[in-house]
Write a protein that binds this ligand. Structure first.
Ligand code: SF4
Ligand code: SF4
Length: 141
Protein backbone atom coordinates (compact mmCIF):
# COMPACT_ATOMS: atom_id res chain seq x y z
CA UNK A 1 0.00 0.00 0.00
CA UNK A 2 1.17 3.53 -0.69
CA UNK A 3 1.69 5.94 2.20
CA UNK A 4 -1.50 8.00 1.63
CA UNK A 5 -3.47 4.78 1.44
CA UNK A 6 -1.99 3.63 4.76
CA UNK A 7 -2.92 6.95 6.36
CA UNK A 8 -6.49 6.75 5.07
CA UNK A 9 -6.75 3.14 6.19
CA UNK A 10 -5.53 4.03 9.69
CA UNK A 11 -7.93 6.98 9.91
CA UNK A 12 -10.89 4.85 8.91
CA UNK A 13 -9.86 2.07 11.25
CA UNK A 14 -9.56 4.52 14.16
CA UNK A 15 -12.86 6.20 13.33
CA UNK A 16 -14.88 3.00 13.34
CA UNK A 17 -13.07 0.57 15.60
CA UNK A 18 -11.34 2.30 18.47
CA UNK A 19 -12.99 3.62 21.60
CA UNK A 20 -13.00 7.37 22.12
CA UNK A 21 -9.85 8.66 23.77
CA UNK A 22 -11.59 11.77 25.10
CA UNK A 23 -14.82 12.47 26.97
CA UNK A 24 -17.42 15.13 26.40
CA UNK A 25 -16.67 17.12 29.54
CA UNK A 26 -18.56 18.55 31.41
CA UNK A 27 -21.63 16.75 29.97
CA UNK A 28 -20.14 13.31 30.41
CA UNK A 29 -19.01 12.31 33.91
CA UNK A 30 -15.71 10.61 34.44
CA UNK A 31 -13.02 13.25 34.85
CA UNK A 32 -10.83 12.10 37.70
CA UNK A 33 -8.27 14.55 39.07
CA UNK A 34 -4.71 13.24 38.95
CA UNK A 35 -3.19 12.09 42.22
CA UNK A 36 -1.53 15.01 43.94
CA UNK A 37 -3.42 17.62 41.96
CA UNK A 38 -3.81 20.90 43.82
CA UNK A 39 -7.28 22.42 43.61
CA UNK A 40 -9.38 24.69 45.78
CA UNK A 41 -8.43 25.15 49.42
CA UNK A 42 -10.26 23.81 52.43
CA UNK A 43 -9.88 25.86 55.57
CA UNK A 44 -10.85 24.34 58.90
CA UNK A 45 -11.33 27.45 60.97
CA UNK A 46 -11.54 25.40 64.18
CA UNK A 47 -7.88 24.43 63.72
CA UNK A 48 -6.70 27.82 62.50
CA UNK A 49 -4.93 30.02 65.04
CA UNK A 50 -4.62 33.02 62.77
CA UNK A 51 -0.84 32.80 62.87
CA UNK A 52 -0.48 34.34 59.38
CA UNK A 53 2.09 31.77 58.23
CA UNK A 54 -0.02 30.99 55.15
CA UNK A 55 -0.33 34.65 54.28
CA UNK A 56 3.42 35.17 54.54
CA UNK A 57 4.15 32.06 52.44
CA UNK A 58 1.92 33.04 49.53
CA UNK A 59 3.99 34.30 46.57
CA UNK A 60 1.21 36.15 44.66
CA UNK A 61 -0.33 37.58 47.86
CA UNK A 62 -3.57 35.71 47.27
CA UNK A 63 -4.19 35.37 51.01
CA UNK A 64 -5.28 38.24 53.21
CA UNK A 65 -6.10 38.13 56.90
CA UNK A 66 -9.47 39.40 58.08
CA UNK A 67 -10.99 39.72 61.55
CA UNK A 68 -12.34 36.57 63.16
CA UNK A 69 -14.06 35.81 66.45
CA UNK A 70 -13.04 32.18 66.31
CA UNK A 71 -9.25 32.11 66.06
CA UNK A 72 -6.78 32.75 68.88
CA UNK A 73 -5.25 35.82 67.32
CA UNK A 74 -8.55 37.27 66.10
CA UNK A 75 -7.49 36.93 62.45
CA UNK A 76 -8.23 34.37 59.78
CA UNK A 77 -7.13 33.92 56.19
CA UNK A 78 -9.28 34.60 53.16
CA UNK A 79 -8.05 33.09 49.92
CA UNK A 80 -8.59 34.62 46.51
CA UNK A 81 -8.50 31.74 44.04
CA UNK A 82 -8.45 34.23 41.19
CA UNK A 83 -4.95 35.22 42.23
CA UNK A 84 -3.78 31.83 43.50
CA UNK A 85 -1.18 29.89 41.50
CA UNK A 86 -1.89 26.65 43.42
CA UNK A 87 1.71 26.26 44.54
CA UNK A 88 0.68 24.66 47.85
CA UNK A 89 3.10 26.74 49.94
CA UNK A 90 0.31 27.90 52.24
CA UNK A 91 -0.57 24.29 53.01
CA UNK A 92 3.08 23.51 53.73
CA UNK A 93 3.36 26.57 55.96
CA UNK A 94 0.33 25.72 58.09
CA UNK A 95 1.65 23.77 61.04
CA UNK A 96 -1.85 23.22 62.42
CA UNK A 97 -3.18 21.43 59.30
CA UNK A 98 -5.97 23.96 59.12
CA UNK A 99 -5.43 24.72 55.45
CA UNK A 100 -5.27 22.02 52.80
CA UNK A 101 -5.61 22.00 49.05
CA UNK A 102 -8.36 19.69 47.80
CA UNK A 103 -8.76 18.09 44.38
CA UNK A 104 -11.75 20.29 43.62
CA UNK A 105 -10.98 21.82 40.23
CA UNK A 106 -14.20 23.23 38.82
CA UNK A 107 -13.32 26.79 39.61
CA UNK A 108 -14.65 28.90 36.78
CA UNK A 109 -16.86 31.83 37.78
CA UNK A 110 -18.43 34.86 36.17
CA UNK A 111 -17.54 37.29 38.93
CA UNK A 112 -14.12 37.73 40.52
CA UNK A 113 -15.80 37.90 43.90
CA UNK A 114 -16.97 34.31 43.46
CA UNK A 115 -13.34 33.16 43.47
CA UNK A 116 -12.84 34.07 47.12
CA UNK A 117 -13.04 31.36 49.77
CA UNK A 118 -14.70 32.77 52.85
CA UNK A 119 -15.68 29.82 54.93
CA UNK A 120 -14.24 26.61 56.30
CA UNK A 121 -17.16 24.63 54.93
CA UNK A 122 -16.33 25.82 51.49
CA UNK A 123 -13.87 24.00 49.30
CA UNK A 124 -16.50 24.57 46.67
CA UNK A 125 -17.45 28.00 45.41
CA UNK A 126 -21.07 26.94 45.23
CA UNK A 127 -21.37 27.27 48.99
CA UNK A 128 -20.35 30.89 49.08
CA UNK A 129 -23.85 32.16 49.70
CA UNK A 130 -24.19 29.90 52.72
CA UNK A 131 -21.06 31.33 54.32
CA UNK A 132 -22.93 34.10 56.02
CA UNK A 133 -21.58 33.78 59.54
CA UNK A 134 -17.95 34.16 58.63
CA UNK A 135 -18.16 36.32 55.56
CA UNK A 136 -15.60 39.13 55.79
CA UNK A 137 -18.18 41.39 54.21
CA UNK A 138 -20.47 40.84 57.17
CA UNK A 139 -17.63 41.15 59.64
CA UNK A 140 -16.75 44.52 58.20
CA UNK A 141 -20.32 45.81 58.47
S1 SF4 B 1 -4.54 28.55 58.10
FE1 SF4 B 1 -2.78 27.74 59.21
S2 SF4 B 1 -1.05 29.06 58.61
FE2 SF4 B 1 -2.93 30.12 58.02
S3 SF4 B 1 -3.40 31.45 59.77
FE3 SF4 B 1 -4.53 29.55 60.08
S4 SF4 B 1 -3.18 28.29 61.35
FE4 SF4 B 1 -1.91 29.93 60.50
S1 SF4 C 1 -1.55 27.73 46.88
FE1 SF4 C 1 0.20 29.15 46.70
S2 SF4 C 1 -0.64 30.90 45.59
FE2 SF4 C 1 -2.40 29.72 46.29
S3 SF4 C 1 -2.98 30.68 48.22
FE3 SF4 C 1 -1.57 28.99 48.72
S4 SF4 C 1 0.47 29.92 48.79
FE4 SF4 C 1 -0.89 31.37 47.74
Amino acid sequence: MTRPAVIIWEALRNAFKRKKATIDYPFEPGVKPAIGLRGAHYLDITLCTGCRACERACPPLAIVMVPSEITKTGKRPVINLGECIFCGLCEDACRYDALVLTDYIELSAFEQDEMIIYSKEEPSLAKKEEATEESPKEEES
